[in-house]
Design a protein around this ligand. Structure first.
Ligand SMILES: Cc1cc2nc3c(=O)[nH]c(=O)nc-3n(C[C@H](O)[C@H](O)[C@H](O)COP(=O)(O)O)c2cc1C
Length: 196
């Protein structure tokens, strides 16, 4: 676990594969804004994950390489940051597929997770995403998602970095993740990999 003097290691999961994705730009902006306190790594390869199929898990525990990479990245992260769009009042297939590959993964259980909702009017997907994360035993930080009304704001990554509102929300989310990471480190919550 990262000590309070080290940058928090955060894996960023984006639910959009779109080149000009607002959510992807937000996560890249967050990575720039959060330095040096946090090292946010956007997982830019979620589109290479196969569609979830339990049969692919194999009797010998063998997993597709992209899934192995996802599992390793989650295990290496202190916390996760999620930003994902709403499609037809539901979560995107990209984020649901990613999360399906993480169900039951020991490294995911109790993982501190912050969700940023870049389109607060879109509450259906946000509600469903939080329900899924809760069911998967993530430790969601914040009573609700961190809201940023970016849809229609026409901000690119650089403009997001320059935006005090974006900076404030990113700082709030990272601070909440750090509090939860440090809270877990100071109690007996089992984390992965298990110590000793
Ligand atoms: C297929 C599709 C369905 C959508 N459905 C909704 C919706 O139900 N509610 C909503 O608020 N926005 C909806 N949108 C708008 C997206 O949330 C919006 O375009 C968002 O910017 C997409 O995220 P991205 O910029 O990260 O790709 C939809 C967009 C697409 C392409």
């Amino acid at each position: 676990m990262t000590s309070s003097r080290e940058p928090l290691k955060v894996l960023a999961l984006c639910g959009s594969l779109r080149e000009a994705s607002i959510n992807a730009a937000l996560l890249r902006a967050a990575a720039r804004l959060a330095r040096p306190g946090a090292d946010i790594e956007p997982a830019g390869w979620l589109g290479r994950l196969p569609l979830y199929n339990p049969d692919l898990e194999g009797v010998d525990g063998g997993l597709p390489r992209a899934v192995q990479a996802l599992h390793l990245a989650v295990a290496a992260a202190d916390a996760l940051l999620v930003a994902s769009p709403e499609y037809a009042h539901g979560v995107s297939g990209t984020i649901k597929n990613t999360l399906d590959w993480l169900v039951g993964l020991p490294a995911f259980i109790h993982k501190p997770v912050a969700v940023i909702n870049a389109s607060p009017r879109a509450h259906h997907a946000d509600d469903a995403l939080r329900e899924t994360l809760h069911t998967m035993s993530a430790r969601l930080v914040g009573e609700r998602s961190f809201a940023l009304p970016l849809l229609g704001a026409h901000l690119d990554e650089a403009a997001m970095v320059a935006s005090p509102a974006v900076a404030a929300v990113v700082a709030e989310a990272i601070a909440a993740l750090r509090v939860e990471v440090e809270r877990q480190a100071s109690d007996d919550t089992p984390t992965f990999p298990l110590a000793g």
